[in-house]
Write a protein that binds this ligand. Structure first.
Ligand SMILES: [Zn+2]
Length: 94
């Protein structure tokens, strides 16, 4: 199942990854963080802060956080790391 390797250089950019989750980021601040709805706990008020270039994120409502968009996508969809990497096009099969 786990034959292959993660290619970080193929991670989609933050806006593209959010789009795959049906999300858009608003109110990008001077530090580069945008606000959006948290796909981990589901909500009607945007509590998730994500850096629009680095992809690190934190939800101030449920406390979920991660270092990149792959982790956000994985948690949002309830996938394994490899499944999420495949869906995002950054898993290279051998
Ligand atoms: Zn949350």
């Amino acid at each position: 199942m786990k034959h292959g390797q993660f290619r970080r250089d193929r991670l989609p950019d933050v806006r593209a990854a959010l789009d795959m989750l049906g999300l858009t980021a608003a109110k990008v601040n001077a530090s580069g963080y945008g606000q959006t709805f948290c796909p981990v706990h589901g909500e009607t008020h945007p509590s998730l802060s994500i850096h629009m270039e680095r992809g690190n994120w934190r939800c101030f409502a449920c406390g979920a956080s991660g270092g990149d968009v792959l982790e956000l996508y994985r948690r949002a969809r309830g996938l394994t790391f490899v499944q999420a990497a495949r869906e995002l096009g950054c898993w290279e099969s051998q």
